[in-house]
Design a binder for this molecule. Sequence first.
Ligand code: FE2
Length: 395
Amino acid sequence: MTGTLGQNRQLDDVSFDQLRQLVGLVEHDESKDPFPVRAMDAVVFTVGNATQTAWFYQLAFGMRLVAYSGPETGNRDHKSFVLKSGSARFVVNGGVAPTSPLHDHHRRHGDGVVDLALEVADVDRCIEHARAQGATVLEEPNDVSDEHGTIRRAAIATYGETRHTLVDRSRYTGPYLPGYVAKESSVPARKRLFQAVDHCVGNVELGRMDYWVDFYNRVMGFVNMAEFIGDDIATDYSALMSKVVSNGNHRVKFPLNEPAIAKRKSQIDEYLEYYEGAGCQHIALATNDIISTVAAMREAGVEFLDTPDSYYDDPELRARIGEVRVPIEVLKEHRILVDRDEDGYLLQIFTQPVGDRPTVFYELIERHGSLGFGKGNFKALFEAIEREQERRGNL
Ligand code: FE2
């Protein structure tokens, strides 16, 4: 068991310099931060069938199963699978006991993100600050221990039924949390397809974006990175507004979207209707080779949003983008989008929703200096999403 653990550690090793390149990490003085967040700890999902979802992330996203909790380990309520790819950790939970509250969550929201867990050095200091700023504390700071050591944790509420669990794992050496056992993938190991979570986007109700930006500023000490309003994100039919907040070292970035009034139903309205409220819309995964990652994921059956030929054939795009590491014909072949700003460029692509409801989807992103989110692609992207909405009868 320790052998497996050692091996996983090695697989998970992504250096500071790699992260700087992958997600735009910056130096940050934690001592002046009222709520110092180190990194994403985990993206935790509640799904209708965790057994099969865990298999999907291994086969289609190349993730490695590293830990498990379920009836065999004394957890009678649900199964929980922990998957890793580089520094990214997903936890997939599904109810086993018919009375499990996870079934009620799934009935309301379908497959979705319940927890954007954050790694912090001082859980108590963060909770004290959050409480003073009026946050809802869902779990008071407490220690959880097993033979691998002790975790200190707490949780606060964010938009919808989503939470931020705060985890200090500095005194813990186990595979995930106390109660979990190390578990190896039954799927043969393959090349890692992504190395980190770049950003997690929240969709909130009309008129609530600024409320949540203020929440992240005030309660969690996050800073504002970028905002996109009106013409930036408007097509002929639908519109949205977006602002981005991030923690001090830019390791954790949370764009927040709200619908804007437009002629037809926006993609955000569609999400809010099918998720029954605010929730996590997409998770962007940082890769250092988007071409081979997208090729491998397509090979495994992952479906991406289509981008029309006209996007690539537009002379204005070619002029704006300049030199990038692959010829534009290669980007066209893989339907990968490209954007450039004053700091550099990025390559990105978006999957179709991965569950039954038109809610959660993924982005793959390869950054080359750009700290942006692909503003130049918003119009093309939203037109592609609208074509899919139309096919679903939701435009
Ligand atoms: Fe994104």
